[in-house]
Design a protein around this ligand. Structure first.
Ligand code: ATP
Length: 513
């Protein structure tokens, strides 16, 4: 199936099974804003818990924070967001559609990569085990030609972005003959900058209200609380502060479902270190965060690092962790070495001294910062994209199954009486009641057992427990495993242990230590 179709199906599946709904749907929706349904909210909460426990519980020197969304407006002046939180935008005059100029060019670069990869795949098929990819890349004329074009474009683009040269970005789009995907024409406007922050007013207008911003990232709430947490928690450098919370960006190119939203959620951690030690910690957190993703078992080949060409004004190193979405490898998480930029700026703008006295060095300094920043919603999308699977089961029968990691699955176990009589519902309820405070369980007695299994497959429930007449005689049940569809007879007393072993975080955390 084409990847585009897979994505369409995934979006439809999210709606049909109560994962994600368009916001304000009965009023025809609100662009790039979404609501999470009964299963979506469970999956989202499980993702947040997996992150929180891995960052705050597993690391002795990381603590949590929950700062307010509204903050003093000068914070955004200090952070640079008022002056420099801009996207370069370009409009197509025929379709009247607006695009991010940088995204159009990056997509063009990706096209060269696709061509090269296709050549490699073709040769690999032809030569089999004898194929030497490195040599092929060095010698094949088609690959060399495409690679040279790609590198030249990439260099020109990086230069233009770093110099913030909007005319050059437009010229690249024209020279590359990039067309609007809607109108198919090259009739482009100039490139303009657009600030992504939402504003609102605080206080009544009569006594002079204050313009405030909805935060576009949660990180600044951590920076402005650095001294509060360090002093009250008697934290010693190196240490980190983690927070999960909403962020808002007035994104112009709002496509791709929950990949790019105007209201979304971030999980961010700022790790404060001695100046000069930042690269060591940058490498440490890069490795730790990649392990965190891969521990979920969605396939190591589906993740990769992508180092930034254009560093933000505050950063001295930056990389993204990308996941293979149905529309290509895309950023899910950013890891940035932010120097002492933010703390220094807040010291300057607030007039307060923001420093740390290091007892070992017997000196004060402004700490450097490594940031790990991941979007909950993008993580959610990556997990669903990796888990969604349509498969043939038996003759002419299909099932849609979400192969979600058991720790993240919205429902861990469904308990089902085979029939709605003879005391089976009561027994099923008794088993469910013994587990429901520990895991999210579902009781289901409607329709045939086969249909009930399919419903659970479609929301990714890893285990189904079926209660039948034999249960009343020997206290055993059937457990059915989602991925293999295998069924086994087990003792009722063993149910809790089997499920618990698979659905709690402990096994995953062993891989992170
Ligand atoms: P992009 O280049 O895709 O716009 P970004 O580099 O601006 O993303 P960061 O500012 O580094 O993103 O934000 C950290 C993380 O927050 C991203 O890796 C992503 O997971 C998430 N995120 C950022 N913007 C959005 C958005 N509009 N919708 C959903 N998640 C987002």
């Amino acid at each position: 199936m084409a990847q585009e179709d897979v994505f369409k199906k995934l979006v439809a599946h999210c709606k049909e099974y109560g994962f994600v709904f368009p916001s304000s749907e009965i009023y025809d929706g609100l662009g790039a804003v979404y609501d999470y349904g009964q299963n979506g909210v469970e999956l989202k909460n499980n993702i947040k818990k997996y992150w929180w426990d891995a960052m705050v519980k597993l690391n002795d020197n990381v603590v949590g924070l929950d700062s307010a969304i509204f903050m003093h407006p000068t914070i955004w002046k200090a952070s640079g967001h008022v002056d420099a939180f801009n996207d370069p935008l370009i409009d197509n005059k025929d379709s009247k559609k607006r695009y991010r100029a940088d995204v159009l060019i990056e997509e063009q670069i990706a096209k060269f990569d696709d061509k090269i990869n296709k050549e490699i795949a073709k040769a690999q098929k032809k030569f089999g085990d004898a194929f030497d990819e490195a040599k092929f890349r060095e010698t094949n004329p088609n690959v060399l030609r495409e690679q040279a074009k790609r590198d030249a474009l990439h260099e020109r683009y990086s230069k233009a972005m770093n110099a913030n040269d909007l005319n050059e970005l437009r010229q690249i789009i024209i020279d590359e003959e990039i067309v609007c995907p809607i109108s198919g024409t090259k009739n482009w406007t100039e490139v303009r900058q657009f600030n992504l922050m939402f504003t609102t007013e605080m206080g009544s207008t009569a006594d002079g209200s204050m313009k405030i911003y909805l935060r576009p990232e949660t990180a600044q709430g951590i920076f402005v609380n650095f001294l509060n947490v360090q002093k009250t928690g008697r934290m010693k450098i190196p240490f980190g502060i983690a927070q999960i919370g909403k962020a808002f960006r007035n994104e112009i190119v709002a496509r791709q479902f929950i990949f790019r939203m105007r209201e979304f959620e971030q999980m961010e951690m700022q790790f404060f270190v001695r100046p000069g030690e930042e690269m060591k910690w940058f490498e440490y957190w890069k490795a730790f965060r990649m392990k965190w993703h891969q521990a979920l078992g969605m396939g190591a080949e589906n993740y990769r690092f992508h180092d930034h060409d254009k560093l933000a004004h505050y950063a001295n190193a930056a990389t993204d962790i990308e996941f293979r979405m149905p529309f290509g490898f895309k950023e899910v998480e950013g890891i940035h070495s932010r120097t002492n930029f933010d703390l220094s700026q807040h010291a300057k703008y607030s007039g307060k001294k923001i420093e740390y006295f290091d007892p070992e060095l017997n000196q004060s300094y402004t700490p450097y910062v490594i940031e790990t920043s991941i979007g909950v919603d993008r993580m959610f999308l990556s997990i669903l994209a990796g888990a969604y699977c349509e498969e043939q089961v038996g003759e002419g029968d299909m099932r849609v199954v979400l192969r979600l990691p058991a720790v993240l699955a919205p429902v861990k176990v469904a308990v089902m009486p085979l029939v709605k009589k003879d005391g089976l519902p009561e027994k099923a309820r008794e088993i469910l009641n013994s587990m429901k405070l520990e895991f999210n369980c579902q009781y289901d007695e409607k329709d045939s057992i086969g249909k009930r299994y399919r419903r659970q497959d479609a929301i990714g429930t890893p285990f189904c427990i079926t209660v039948d007449h034999q249960t009343l005689e020997d206290n055993t049940v059937t457990i059915r495993y989602r991925d293999t569809m295998e069924q086994e007879r087990i003792k009722v007393d063993d149910v809790y242990g089997i499920i618990s072993k698979n659905v709690n975080n402990h096994e995953l955390f062993k891989k992170l230590l």
